[in-house]
Ligand binder design. Sequence first.
Ligand code: GDG
Length: 483
Amino acid sequence: EPSTETPFGDSDFVVVANRLPVDRDPDDENHGWRTSPGGLVTAVAPVMKAQEGAWIGWTGVADEEFEPFTIDGMHLTPVTLTSEDVLRYYEGFSNATLWPLYHDVIVPPEYHRTWWDAYVRVNERFAHKIAEVAAESATVWIHDYQLQLVPLMVRRMRPDVAIGFFNHIPFPPYELFAQLPWRDEILRGLLGADLVGFQRPADAANFRRAVRGRLNFSTKGSTVLVPAGEAVAAHVVRAEAFPISIDTPYLEELAKDPGIIERARQIREDVGNPKVVMLGVDRMDYTKGIRHRLKAYGELIAEGRLNVEDVVLIQIATPSRERLEQYKIIRHDVELAVGRINGEQADVGSIPVRYLHHSYPRDEMTAFFLASDVMLVTALRDGMNLVAKEYVACRQKDDGALVLSEFTGAAEQLTGAVMVNPHDIGNLKAGILEAIEMDDKTRARRMRQMRRKVATDTVSLWSKNFLAELNHLKHNPEAVVPD
Ligand code: GDG
């Protein structure tokens, strides 16, 4: 019997990410869910509330179907993953194939056809959900490497919607990307979007080069000319950089909170009130350069260039992807290194590394930022690195120094940091000493400059810019086709 319903859904603005911004909490009266605050939520929540918005993603719970629900004014539409999907699409193809490949093959990526099949299947599931909930001419914003096939799938089903994609991690150089057995499918998938955003101009350039090299499509500036293909009309795609940022006003507010300031003082006292407190905050991930950082620090102590009575390193490493072999290895290596340094370099009254394998509430994290004189961000490769920006936002007295790897997206923005090449242990040691010994005036000048940068470039501005550009492209497609 003919349906009187339109083939469209109700949402004018649809955010799509692997995870919904919630965690299970059976005690909570909100249908058993608690929102997990993060930069992306802050950035898109106002847009979702202003328009009829929806967020599509996985709940983090396998093998269970959930009905759509509303929490903090956001309409959430769960996508179901089976345990096998989690194994093959999420832990497998997303985190053991794409993640290492896109981070300069720091560990070897694994290529398995069964993982790829699951990736296609789950991407299709997301695309169908989008086609179902998106209103006519809606704006759809798809996030990250787990969903790179979704843009083309949605364009085929729903040519009326505006499709944006943002890649939160690096896009690798062509020579590395070319290893991927499914490289052409990934490129075609991304080119289903009207706008593909990357962290750095270099990531966008890597992508356009791969498109030219593999698909032979021509590019002009940041525009890719996509000819008509299987079930899609010819169109243009913009690929360019939109460096992500943080919710600066919120962090500045927290950093002024007397309770949090008091907690910071207490943390310093708990570690023995040394002259210098250094801090690392990372997910426990092999991309973050935690081992390199510990190696440099351990050598500085062993050589007597740092004194265990004067300095403490607090290393927070939050548990991450713990079922994956490479994550078991990095955790083991980090814990071995911490044990060695503390065993060899400590005396009974001082412990050079305070290692914390936990996650903390945002307030406590802010107290750690406030308690630390030197922040160490030594990633071997990182799309942006928000921790670096968060530290800067909290240092409202313009004290504190940031040691920052040149292999982070943040390095292009936080130019007042002490830049290091974490592969070069000598250089890393010199950077740590430079940060510790920097005179107050220089430290203040450099921090002030970085703080201005994060005060202007907030995550709200980032999403506003991305969505404005997407909207412009969809409504003036002829304006973006270069002669
Ligand atoms: C990916 C890209 C890109 C960490 N532990 C706790 C906690 N965190 C927060 C940090 C920060 C966030 O998690 C981590 O963001 P990063 O940017 O540092 O790194 P990834 O997780 O690898 O993020 C990265 C980012 O996406 C955004 O596009 O910058 O390059 O790899 O906000 O503070 N927060 C709380 N407790 C913890 O224990 N509350």
